[in-house]
Design a protein around this ligand. Structure first.
Ligand code: GSH
Length: 217
């Protein structure tokens, strides 16, 4: 199995899950600077020109939530329970909520404070950050209330919904997300950091390779 990645949140959740489940994968870091995401040979795998992408034999898959479900199905993990439709529906609800509400609400803080310095693309923009505050306070109370009586987002156990939602906010301190009023969210985020693969998802030299062949291909 190959997993193509960059150091950003959608690949982070896939890499963390693969590591957590003990799945052996060749983790290929895409050289963003060399235009690796837009190389024709990469676009042939993922026409969105985004990461992550997974290739497992005949199966080529993009969209991190679909890849996570695939990985769980492959090894029979109940983090995406193939035999339990009611649990799947519950998890799917939160995956959708993440993509439509949560990631959009926290994304600007992550982009301005984490992505910009990581990829050297400018200073945080105070106007963008100020504009994002009301959106965050509209969405966060939903998750805060949900987590008041729960340790995990769905099904009373760790699922791919936790990885999907938490990936967007795990760097909440560095991203200066205004979470003072949301102790259940911050407790949940910090609790997940006790999972070794979640705390350190990035491939080591042992299972990581670069993709110079794709960079200009
Ligand atoms: N919905 C997609 C999001 C993919 C995505 O936007 N990936 C980002 C990293 S988090 C990316 O490749 N960004 C690079 C770019 O847009 O140039 C998924 O979950 O896989």
């Amino acid at each position: 199995m190959k997993i193509y990645w960059i150091r950003a949140q959608a690949p982070r959740r896939v890499l963390a899950l693969a590591k957590h489940l003990g799945i052996e994968a060749d983790c290929i870091e895409i050289d963003l600077g060399a235009g690796g995401l837009k190389a024709p040979s990469y676009l042939a795998l993922n026409p969105n020109g985004k990461a992550p992408t997974m290739v497992d034999g005949e199966v080529t898959l993009w969209e991190s939530s679909a890849i996570m479900a695939y990985l769980c199905a492959k090894v029979g993990s109940d983090m995406w329970p193939v035999q339990q439709p009611a649990d799947q529906i519950e998890i799917l609800r939160w995956l959708s909520w993440n993509d439509n509400h949560w990631s959009r609400a926290v994304g600007p803080f992550y982009f301005e404070h984490v992505i910009k310095p990581s990829f050297h693309i400018g200073e945080p923009d105070p106007a963008e950050l100020a504009a994002a505050v009301p959106g965050l306070h509209k969405v966060a109370p939903v998750l805060e209330g949900h987590l008041a009586s729960r340790d995990f987002v769905a099904c009373g156990r760790l699922t791919i919904a936790d990885f999907q939602l938490a990936s967007m906010a795990c760097d909440w301190r560095q991203a200066e997300m205004p979470f003072d009023a949301y102790p259940n969210i911050t407790r949940w985020l910090d609790r997940l950091m006790a999972i070794p693969a979640w705390a350190e998802p990035w491939p080591t030299k042992a299972n990581a390779s670069q993709m110079p062949a794709l960079a200009n291909a």
